[in-house]
Design a protein around this ligand. Sequence first.
Ligand SMILES: NC(=O)c1ccc[n+]([C@@H]2O[C@H](COP(=O)([O-])OP(=O)(O)OC[C@H]3O[C@@H](n4cnc5c(N)ncnc54)[C@H](OP(=O)(O)O)[C@@H]3O)[C@@H](O)[C@H]2O)c1
Length: 350
Amino acid sequence: MGNKIPVGILGATGTVGQRFIQLLEHHPWFEVAWMAASDRSAEKVYTDACKWRLSTSLPARIASMKVSPSVPDGAPKLIFAALDSAAASELEPKFAAAGCAVVSNSSSFRMQEDVPLVIPEVNGDHIELLKTQKWYKQNGGFIVTNPNCSAIGLVMALAPLHRRFGVEKVFVVTMQAVSGAGYPGVASLDILGNVIPYIASEEQKMEAESGKLLGMFNGNKIIPADLSVSAHCNRVPVEDGHTESVSVKLRRSAKADEIISAWNEFRCIAQKLKLPSAPEQPVIYDPAPDRPQPRLDIHRGAGMSAVVGRLRPCNLFDWKFTVLSHNTIRGAAGAALLNGELLKAQGYIT
Ligand SMILES: NC(=O)c1ccc[n+]([C@@H]2O[C@H](COP(=O)([O-])OP(=O)(O)OC[C@H]3O[C@@H](n4cnc5c(N)ncnc54)[C@H](OP(=O)(O)O)[C@@H]3O)[C@@H](O)[C@H]2O)c1
């Protein structure tokens, strides 16, 4: 294990759990020391419990590790959680109560008043909200969350505009990849050659989480940003990468080159602290008329950048554009890893 910090993965066998394993394989600070999943997988070796679905090989050390039951006994302090939301609602508080730092992907606690919902580039200062949690006060345990996979791309594109010009209204239509539904997800006969104009609770999550993410932390709680978001969410037959068509109304007028500069110049604490998973450029504007595209652009910034394109005037609001982000990296495991790195850099994990 050397000098690396041991970490655990809850939900290690799932779509996001596998991404954690992939992203942690050569991580400079963290090393996987413990993995857990449901009773179906517990006590099996990982390679027997999990159908590995990523294009990189399953690391040999992980393949032979045993999957533990999802109980805190024997778990390390830092836990990356990729559980179904029903399981997360029950299990994450148990780990926090046992003193663990739970860095969660699930929606269960994102909107709870004392739980930070964090994108380090957007609202890294919100992390301090964890100090108000009862577990933190009792024994140093806590829950920190990252946003829904379609909210994260939207908010990364909105944050630079919100800072410089203020965002008042947002209309967004998503085209979301099948991997966003986990494995096995949507049946192939339902999605091949088709579009499904419904993803349960997704629109509500995008609308609510955007306000919390762009809100202000006043030292005790988050004051949500004063903006309204209308989201239409669709599942499309794309493997990875959520594409979103966005129209925005700004509080102050802005020219196209000012908006593009706001995106390209956007940097924050994650870049200043040189966190290992922080992309050099979190928001990349691509001037080509037909980009971004999932097949061509999801791996930009190692899957951690939001790629924006097609900025043009909007007949209803002020401007419209397209944003793309990798749903299982920037929208899930990579987002949580970056939150874990921020927690370590700020002394919450020792
Ligand atoms: N996929 C994405 O793009 C994405 C993006 C953002 C957020 N998320 C969120 O991340 C979480 C995981 O999503 P996913 O796509 O990875 O789902 P998934 O592929 O269905 O994996 C779910 C994981 O949870 C485990 N699990 C299920 N029930 C459990 C229980 N009762 N006790 C302990 N473990 C249990 C499963 O273990 P077994 O294998 O043993 O059943 C598996 O490891 C969800 O909350 C999801 O909303 C997903």
